[in-house]
Design a protein around this ligand. Sequence first.
Ligand code: SF4
Length: 389
Amino acid sequence: MPPFSSAILSASQAPESTALLAWYDRHRRVLPWRSLPGVRPDPYRVWLSEIMLQQTTVATVDPYFERFVARWPNIAALAAASLDEILQLWQGLGYYARARNLHACARAVVERHGGALPQDPAALRALPGIGEYTAAAIAAIAFDQPAAALDGNGERVIARLYAVRIPLPAAKPQLKALIASLVPQRRAGDFVQALMDLGATICTPRRPRCVLCPWRACCAAAAAGVAEELPVQSAKPERPSRYGVAFWLTRPDGAVLLRRRPEKGLLGGMTEIPSTPWRAEPWIIQEAVRNAPAAAEWSMLPGLVRHGFTHFVLELAIMTGRGVADGIWSRIDRLDEHALPTLMKKVARHAITAVGPRATPAPDGQTAVVLPRRRSRGGLARRTADGEG
Ligand code: SF4
């Protein structure tokens, strides 16, 4: 009997892991980090892929994974790399805290575990960047331990299988208890991956293909005809806005000023185009210029750069000026050699496109408002977060 039965509907028969495993044996996806049937998985590849796949899709991760394992074929090689090298190869994958944790974790595994990832979920969780889900996924997939790992795809499958109507994320404890009751003692790694594959290919968010599902006969949501309505999601609060001004400072030879962000915090350790702090209130020009990296004649570029982070939406105005300052100077055609996060690439693109005759002088008035305060709420809510929070 599954736990939390008062919160769920039941179907005519209980789901069996054997049915899912038999389906997996015929329909498993071929993924670059997944070992072939009968081949022992490489824990390094399992761990690397699980970190990369957090908040990101398989299609996006694929080329990044290939580049990482080509350059650093094992955890010792990754531990010996510099954080700068890792951040540079990570560019565009977002959520850069993962890259910093990846590096810290590789070093911790070398120092504490002789270069081999531990098998125990508790020991895995003690490593940087490895939370409850990732520890369970690595323990199951890499070491075949009967650990219950439930990602977003798995949550959807289990919510439907038992017709759990409690909204996510409040339903997570119930879903974890339900999946724990299904994990087999043998082939736990295959079971976890089968659940991921079922969610990704059959039990999809829209139009699940129930007729092809190995758990069709025991699925409460399919029996009740409510599969597409589940899982229920709690309404997300709208993300607040933050505002800043970026400074595109160029030298007479055309080089542009960059600097490195502090190691800790948002986009930590990444290279950036200098800016004011990002705050809840829009900036006025005179106040913003006091944060500029150099005394210069600053001009405001038309337009704004908008970027969604997990917990807020950032609007950056861009000012241009000429001068010199301490920092990293880069030729504009060599910006891609720096670990610039997506936000900073947007700023650079905006500045490169707009700079020149279209730059307009900043007005002198003390009350000049740099940033427009409001856009349509609908526009904000539809944006996709591709940063980190
Ligand atoms: S029967 Fe349909 S809703 Fe139920 S688990 Fe399978 S694909 Fe999902």
